[in-house]
Design a protein around this ligand. Structure first.
Ligand code: HSE
Length: 403
């Protein structure tokens, strides 16, 4: 029998508890032995809940129990999650976590610590919730050089952008509705400013290249500047606005960013709407592969955690290898990254057209029926060239890159 300790009985932790009980027989068959929850740590009490018989308020009950071979960390946040996970790994226990902040900040250190103790540090649920992406990237796609990863990595913002398109509503009112429905947090900053997606693309890029990406170095732009007019222009272009995390091989380097982009129907990410997430991976041999599913939610995320528990359980005493070292992966300078840009400028067409063509060269005009502004699509230019031309025009209202 394998004994598990769970740190945190919130949404995901209670989902892990439920899945291990409900699918216990099936899981035992697949893991080769029974997997049983021995302790659940939470500061709260849960009167009448089936967790009561294994509930503890003291971390030491899990840390010091040598019968506990696998610890599930579903507390979230960096501290004390980091200290607890480190202490468990140091005692030779395997750890499975859904905590993307922990993985993005301390991934290489915790992976190395697990390796030194022949244990596992696994984090399938940290990116894309229930979508299997970490293990496929590490195993099924291991023959390939990864040329590009691009993903809709955040359900909250994908829901907001989908609603803005479908209802023609503005950002603030959709955000309020999303909060009322429980789809967006009371403090939505990490989602709407792209910080959540940034950590996720940093994790995927580190795994794809085996070296550490510092997420602070990834250019990150949220969706708070996207307006209902931008969506009308996108409709006119036959495109959708999506916020994507992407990383691309450019020569010997990798260019990564999180930003709203215009996506056309020929891109498989175009049809990913609502709270769903998807990750498109391009390998140099396999071509394009897309992973799609629920990026959040109790049972979807918990299912990914339990898949790690089973994997760790099958590898007790050896550990599951994860290729991600502390060596730094240097990112290509953002200024050199190239895109086509959709740009809106204030003022009438006659005020703007010649100034725009002087600064940007040949552009394609986009007419969505607004006489007080002039909008256009540029050719492929670098970020630095865009900034220079936009500065010369001086009246830019907004710009969105084209995927
Ligand atoms: N806030 C995240 C999202 C939850 O909206 O996708 C999963 O990481």
């Amino acid at each position: 029998m394998i004994n598990v300790g769970i740190l945190g009985y919130g949404t995901v932790g209670s989902g892990v508890f439920d899945i291990l009980r409900e699918n216990g027989k099936l899981i035992a068959g697949r893991a080769g032995e029974e997997i049983s929850v021995k302790h659940v740590l939470d500061l709260r009490d849960f009167p009448g809940d089936s967790v009561e018989s294994v509930l503890t308020h003291d971390f030491k009950d899990i840390e010091m129990d040598d019968d506990v071979q696998i610890v599930v960390e579903t507390m979230g946040g960096l501290h004390p999650a980091y200290e607890f996970v480190k202490a468990c790994l140091e005692r030779g226990k395997s750890v499975c976590t859904s905590n993307k902040a922990l993985v993005a900040d301390f991934g290489p250190e915790l992976i190395q610590l697990a390796k030194d103790r022949n244990a596992s540090f696994l984090f399938e649920a940290s990116v894309g919730g229930g979508i299997p992406i970490i293990r496929p990237l590490q195993s099924s796609l291991s023959p390939d050089e990864i040329l590009e990863i691009s993903g809709i990595l955040n359900g909250t913002t994908n829901y907001i952008l989908t609603e803005m398109k479908e209802k023609g509503a503005d950002f603030d009112s959709v955000l309020k509705d999303a909060q009322a429905l429980g789809y967006a947090e009371a403090d939505p900053t990490a989602d709407v400013e792209g910080h959540d997606a940034c950590r996720k693309i940093a994790i995927l890029t580190s795994l794809a290249y085996g070296k550490n990406v510092d997420f602070h170095e990834i250019y990150t732009e949220g969706i708070t500047k996207i307006t209902d007019r931008d969506i009308i222009y996108a409709n006119r272009l036959g495109a959708k606005v999506k916020i994507c995390g992407s990383s691309k091989k450019v020569g010997d380097g990798v260019c990564a960013m999180v930003a709203p982009v215009l996506i056309y129907p020929d891109n498989p990410l175009y049809s990913v709407d609502g709270v769903f997430n998807a990750i498109l991976v391009r390998g140099n041999m396999v071509g394009d592969v897309m992973f799609y599913g629920q990026g959040a939610g109790k049972l979807a995320t918990a299912s990914a955690v339990v898949s790690d528990v089973i994997e760790a359980g099958k590898n007790i005493g050896t550990g599951v290898p994860v290729q991600w070292t502390a060596e730094k992966l240097s990112l290509v300078s953002f200024e050199e990254s190239k895109s086509r840009f959709f740009v809106r400028t204030a003022g009438t067409k006659s005020d703007s057209e010649s100034k725009v063509r002087d600064a940007f060269g040949d552009v394609e005009e986009v007419d969505a029926g607004f006489s007080d502004e002039y909008a256009f699509v540029t050719g492929e230019i670098t970020e630095a060239a865009y900034e220079k031309a936009a500065g010369a025009v001086g009246t830019v209202i907004n710009k969105i890159r084209i995927s």
